[in-house]
Design a protein around this ligand. Structure first.
Ligand code: HAS
Length: 546
């Protein structure tokens, strides 16, 4: 891709990998504390470390990596950015980076230990929220760059179907933008005025509902770029073809439609929301599972078609034909594999009844380490292995490929240990978001300790995996030998059907998205506003900023 676009992508990746290093260090500390054997040195608070971990890995690493990847992908399939687009790309990037610096400062000063969910009535310094707002607005600016590049391609190629990778990038960023409306509303209208002291109270239920209106699509904002790689990049790496362009687009459209009106499945145990609306959103949650099932189907089809091309026979013969020694394939593949139990756990969480057992236990932490920290992270690492050398004019050598394979296994083994024990301890009732692991020697909590030690073992292996990933990134960016590395973009299988025009028309899908959102949220919000007793919820300033 164009060197100037590559520079913009790399700037995003530098921030992402610094976030990986610091966030992983915080993660290691957490698992050690929860093992009940380690206390943090004086002055460092568990929740401060947990906030560093969640914000840096859940928000900073992901957002920077995703936007960098989408820009590079679009530059490859649509052609280089215009000077104006690139300028706005840099403006957005600096807004995000300055925002991260401000937020990080307040977390380090101990004025922002509100975790990545920033639930009121936990209160941070107003500038903590201002920094986060800058990150979000910067990402919107970059989103508009991607929309503009896509629209320009459409104008220059009338009547043609847009490149799949660019379509997916646009869908991902539309989802992000629409989701952020909820976050922006609670932060700008409720949280900042309350944290400055302009208003004495905050409506916790409305704030949390607006957060989860954002928080659930957030997880698909993480997942969709991984799916971009699974649908478009992986077929090329294994030497095959994309099973179906239309199916891939349909799954992205379904994410856009169904990922917003489902936030209540994070609030199933919260009072103040009528069970009917919770039930409706649970039904919609089961609909958002469908695009993932379609993706699994499509991936199996891609693997099988390629395997048979190479002479595989029998039901699972294709398995032997996959390029197991190629880290560009292995890392995302293991991500897919871990996503199977991760997704199954999600289906358990979404069940109104079973949620009672797992909500607020460390089971949930296990769930999201199999999804975002395995399916997405391993895929992002797999992308890094080829994208960084490809856009910086270097090569992934045989030797570095072996190191990358080792890194992939370290991460996978660490994650299996850690997540499995989190799921198990969660079923015994071990709470999440808690520094207390022994509860003063309570019998039940002592029973969790072996699982929490297993978590610490897994966490330590994972930390080594993260360190190795940072080393690989630095090597690929600065020291790998000069050369040419493929930017793999799959072609659509010749037998796949033509893409119907409706799948290339975002206007229709945005309209349907807003209709569904209004349907799922209007009456619950009216209920919340009408039924809130004056000054409620009364406990607002009890836990004010200390
Ligand atoms: Fe979730 C909580 C439900 C997916 C992340 N989730 C969370 C939280 C996070 C998160 C971060 O309904 C915690 C938030 C917090 O801090 O409180 N989740 C779901 C459901 C899905 C789901 C139904 N979650 C994700 C993804 C995430 C993510 C993706 C990040 C990227 N989640 C919930 C619920 C809660 C929740 C409740 C709230 C719980 C509570 O009470 O607090 C679905 O989208 C999952 C569908 C996925 C599948 C898997 C398909 C498999 C594929 C791989 C194919 C493999 C191949 C390899 C081809 C059905 C596509 C084949 C090879 C072989 C050898 C077989």
């Amino acid at each position: 891709i164009d060197k100037r676009d590559a520079k913009l992508t790399m700037a995003h990746l530098y921030v992402a990998f610094v976030a990986l290093f610091l966030g992983a260090t915080a993660g290691l500390l957490q698992t050690l504390v929860r093992s009940g054997k380690v206390t943090l040195p004086a002055g460092i608070n568990y929740y401060q470390v947990l906030t560093v971990h969640g914000v840096l890995l859940g928000l900073v690493l992901t957002t920077f990596f995703i936007i960098g990847f989408i820009i590079a992908g679009q530059s490859k399939v649509c052609g280089t950015l215009s000077a104006g687009e690139r300028r706005f790309g840099w403006i957005g990037y600096w807004m995000m980076t300055i925002g991260v610096a401000i937020t990080a400062t307040f977390i380090l000063l101990g004025e922002g230990s509100v975790l990545y969910t920033m639930y009121a009535p936990l209160m941070a310094h107003p500038l903590h929220y201002t920094g986060l707002t800058l990150v979000v607005v910067g990402s919107w600016v970059e989103g508009f760059v991607v929309f503009h590049r896509h629209a320009r391609w459409k104008k220059e190629n009338p009547g043609q179907t847009t490149p799949l990778l660019s379509f997916m990038g646009v869908a991902t960023l539309i989802l992000w933008l629409v989701a952020c409306l909820g976050l922006a509303t609670t932060v700008l209208v409720q949280i900042i005025p309350w944290s400055i002291g302009l208003v004495p109270t905050i409506d916790v239920l409305i704030s949390r509902t607006l957060f989860w209106y954002f928080g659930h699509p957030l997880v698909y904002f993480w997942l969709m770029p991984a799916y971009m790689a699974w649908y478009v990049i992986i077929p090329k790496i294994i030497g095959g073809k994309i099973f179906s362009d239309s199916l891939a687009r349909l799954s992205f459209v379904l994410f856009l439609l169904f990922s917003m009106p489902v936030g209540f499945h994070h609030q199933l145990l919260e009072p103040g929301i009528d069970p009917f609306w919770k039930y409706l959103q649970v039904v919609l949650t089961y609909l958002v599972v469908i695009p993932s099932l379609m993706t699994a189907f499509s991936l199996f089809a891609t693997f099988e078609l390629r395997g048979r091309e190479l002479g595989a026979t029998g039901i699972f013969g294709w398995w032997k034909k996959l390029p197991w020694k190629d880290a560009r394939f292995l890392a995302p593949f293991l991500g897919m594999l871990l996503f199977i139990p991760g997704g199954a756990g999600g289906i358990v969480n979404a069940s109104h009844q079973m949620n009672q057992v797992v909500h607020n236990t460390i089971w949930i932490t296990g769930h999201f380490h199999l999804t975002v920290a395995s399916a997405c992270a391993l895929t992002f690492f797999g992308i890094t292995f080829w994208m960084v050398p490809s856009i910086t004019g270097r090569k992934l050598t045989e030797k570095m490929n072996k190191v990358a394979l080792a890194q992939t296994w370290l991460w996978t083994i660490g994650m299996v240990f850690m997540s499995a024990s989190m799921h198990a301890a969660g079923l015994f009732g071990a709470p999440r978001r808690s520094a207390f692991s022994t509860y003063a020697g309570n019998e039940d909590s002592l029973a969790w300790i072996p699982y929490q030690i297993a978590q610490a073992v897994g966490g330590t292996i994972l930390f080594l995996g993260a360190l190795l990933m940072v080393v690989i990134f630095i090597n690929l960016a600065f020291f790998a030998p000069k050369g040419e590395e493929e930017f793999p973009i799959g072609e659509v299988h010749e037998k796949a059907e033509k893409v119907p025009a409706i799948f290339d028309n975002f206007k229709v899908w945005i309209a349907v998205t807003f209709t569904l959102i209004l349907f799922a949220y209007t009456i619950p919000f009216i209920d919340m506003i009408q039924n809130a007793p004056p000054g409620s919820p009364g406990f607002t300033n009890v836990i004010g900023r200390q």
